[in-house]
Write a protein that binds this ligand. Structure first.
Ligand SMILES: Nc1ncnc2c1ncn2[C@@H]1O[C@H](COP(=O)(O)OP(=O)(O)OP(=O)(O)O)[C@@H](O)[C@H]1O
Length: 297
């Protein structure tokens, strides 16, 4: 549904993106992750045709954003950077005006969308009186008005309270369930991303360091909690056999290693194996491991 290929972008000679390629499948919820300044917003800006890449292109539904901006983006609803509204007008008037910029406003559809985002009771109030969460809901309503097939969301949960974050998560999951919506969003809230996303793309300093499901990421280097004695002898064995010691008692095996054979080999070397248990790592653990290994590189 969405594919970026070989994206490069520099600002004032300083690279912000270097050869970034990834794809988002139809009906997938995809998280774009990375530290501050990793290039997430620049990537979303290029996909939305608001930032011109130095090299590479973005395609939505097979249509190139750079060659046919309107054709590619007519399938897309977006919240990019802080949505700007007229504070002295009501939510409804804002939707009417902002949708009017793209050429049409369907009242019936707008009422349905407003109901869907839970703003019906306050839609006639001035936006200046809205909370941050209500403004985000209005922004979502605006993004959904063109009945898009793809939603692109720049930090959609930024500044929301825990209830707002949960509401957003349920909303996006329902959109996918009911309408098969494809969603790409960037976020720093790794626990949220973990609960919502089928796959993630991780950027670091403008380069792609991972694209895939969280399970792919876990399988790349399975981690075990171990209790091995004597530890010094075990550590030497592990290092000799390409296992990584992440912390005392926590190791990563090479992806193709058979843990049972590893344990047998340890025992065969006279090492006492008191514990050897796989660890289910959270996205936060995986993200920190990737960040550390790439910053060490
Ligand atoms: N318009 C611009 N002019 C100059 N530099 C820019 C511009 N936009 C982005 N950059 C630079 O490009 C790099 C990537 O920025 P970008 O905003 O894409 O990162 P990000 O991952 O979205 O960060 P954050 O999580 O802080 O929003 C940064 O070094 C940033 O300073």
């Amino acid at each position: 549904m969405l594919r970026v290929t070989g994206l490069c972008k520099s600002f004032g000679g300083k690279p912000a993106l270097h050869d970034v390629s990834f794809e988002v499948k139809r009906g997938e919820i995809h998280g774009l992750l990375g530290h501050n300044g990793a290039g997430k917003s620049t990537t979303l800006g290029i996909i939305l045709g608001m930032v011109e890449p130095d090299k590479g292109e973005a395609r939505i539904g097979g249509v190139s954003v750079q060659e046919d901006h309107a054709g590619a983006l007519n399938q897309v609803g977006a919240i990019f950077e802080s949505p700007a509204f007229y504070d002295y007008l009501s939510g409804w008037e804002n939707l009417r005006i902002l949708a009017g910029y793209s050429g049409w406003f369907d009242e019936k559809l707008a009422r349905e969308v407003v109901e869907r985002v839970g703003l019906t009771k306050r839609i006639r109030s001035k936006v200046g009186s809205y909370s941050h969460g209500m403004r985000q809901r209005l922004a979502l309503a605006q993004a959904l008005l063109p009945e898009p097939q793809v939603l692109l969301l720049d930090e959609p949960t930024d500044g929301l309270d825990p209830e707002g974050i949960k509401w957003f998560r349920d909303f996006i999951l329902d959109l996918r369930k009911d309408r098969g919506m494809t969603v790409l969003f960037n976020s720093h809230l790794l626990a949220e991303v973990e609960q919502m996303c089928d796959r993630v793309t991780i950027l670091r300093e403008g380069r792609l360091v991972h694209e895939g499901s969280l399970d792919d990421l876990r399988e790349e280097a399975p981690v075990y909690e171990v209790n091995l004695e004597p530890w010094d002898q075990a550590k030497a064995f592990l290092e000799l056999n390409d296992a990584q010691v992440l912390a005392p008692g926590r190791i990563a095996l090479p992806a193709d290693a058979d843990p049972a054979l590893f344990v047998a080999a340890l025992v065969g070397c006279g090492i006492r194996v008191a514990a050897f248990a796989p660890v289910r790592r959270s996205l936060e653990d995986l993200y920190l491991e990737i960040s550390t290994s790439h910053s060490d590189a």
